[in-house]
Design a protein around this ligand. Structure first.
Ligand SMILES: Nc1nc2c(ncn2[C@@H]2O[C@H](COP(=O)(O)OP(=O)(O)OP(=O)(O)O)[C@@H](O)[C@H]2O)c(=O)[nH]1
Ligand SMILES: [Mg+2]
Length: 258
């Protein structure tokens, strides 16, 4: 079973990969981590499987591509190695495999290559997407709409069960944690925040209101979970939600939009 960590650059994916593995292994599970970032330089964990052993970002840079184009091409080229990578993962016989992806989110939210490669790797196995929404986006309601719209875009690409995590939640104010986040799923709440927020020009307000309405109408507020690596309970809550979706009780298909 796969846990795919996705999110904007610096949202905390790699750090969460290592911390989540520790919490998951406390209960006796066997967890493998795959570094899926061909351009990663330093990782805060020791990867069990590493795509840097299959593609070399320098080869793409040498062909004259810039750093962003090189990463896109390097990830696309992983399609040639997904069988080998899966075999390598299977040798660990993991209960769960965490995939740590690059922060260049366009790979997974707008292009076809990223989802294609990951779906080829996952093949017939179950998978959950953890989308990390950096806490910096929760400073005002227009930014909340932007990041939730991006989360919904990832969801339409992958069509997998998805938990939207607010990462680095230790950096949020108490008001946001205790009063705003718990109410986000209430129909119309985000729109009321937008109307009360006086700093938006007319165009931004009108566009944000329409997007917020569309998110509610699509029923997009299922799982939003604040998580901090400094709060072990939040990591255990995340693990609990992953288990609910992948292993326990409720039918996996309930979350599967396919
Ligand atoms: N305060 C706080 N900082 C965090 C938390 N999680 C990660 N960070 C910090 O956020 C920064 C970025 O973390 P990474 O794990 O490298 O983020 P990433 O999403 O893997 O970044 P890219 O791979 O470059 O996209 C690091 O300085 C981490 O120490 C958290 O829960 N709280
Ligand atoms: Mg990273």
């Amino acid at each position: 079973m796969y846990i795919i960590l996705l999110g904007t650059a610096g949202a905390g994916k790699s750090t969460l990969a290592g911390e989540l593995r520790s919490v998951m292994e406390e209960t006796g599970g066997n967890v493998a981590i795959v570094n899926f970032d061909p351009a990663a330089e330093k990782l805060p964990y020791d990867p069990d499987v590493d795509v840097r052993n299959y593609v070399n970002i320098e080869d793409f840079l040498d062909k004259g591509l810039g750093p962003n184009g090189s990463l896109v091409s390097a990830v696309d080229s992983l399609i040639n190695y997904t069988d080998k990578i899966r075999n390598e993962i299977d040798k660990f016989k993991p209960d769960f495999t965490i995939i740590d992806t690059p922060g260049q989110l366009e790979l997974f939210s707008y292009r076809v290559g990223g989802p294609l490669v990951l779906n080829s790797l996952i093949y017939n196995d179950k998978a959950v997407v953890i989308f990390l929404m950096d806490s910096i986006f929760f400073d005002n309601p227009a930014n909340m709409v932007s990041i939730l719209t991006l989360a919904s875009s990832v969801n339409t690409r992958f069509k997998k069960p998805q938990i939207n995590v607010i990462s680095k939640s230790d950096l949020l104010s108490e008001e946001v944690v205790n009063e705003i986040i718990p109410r986000l799923h209430e129909e119309g709440y985000l729109e009321s925040l937008l109307r009360d927020f006086k700093e938006l020009d007319g165009y931004t307000l009108s566009l944000s209101l329409s997007l917020a309405r569309a998110l509610y109408e699509a029923g997009y507020f299922g799982h939003i979970l604040p998580v901090s690596i400094f709060n072990e309970l939040s990591l255990r809550n995340l693990y609990g939600q992953i288990q609910d979706i992948l292993t326990e009780g409720e039918d996996y298909k309930v979350y599967d939009n396919e």
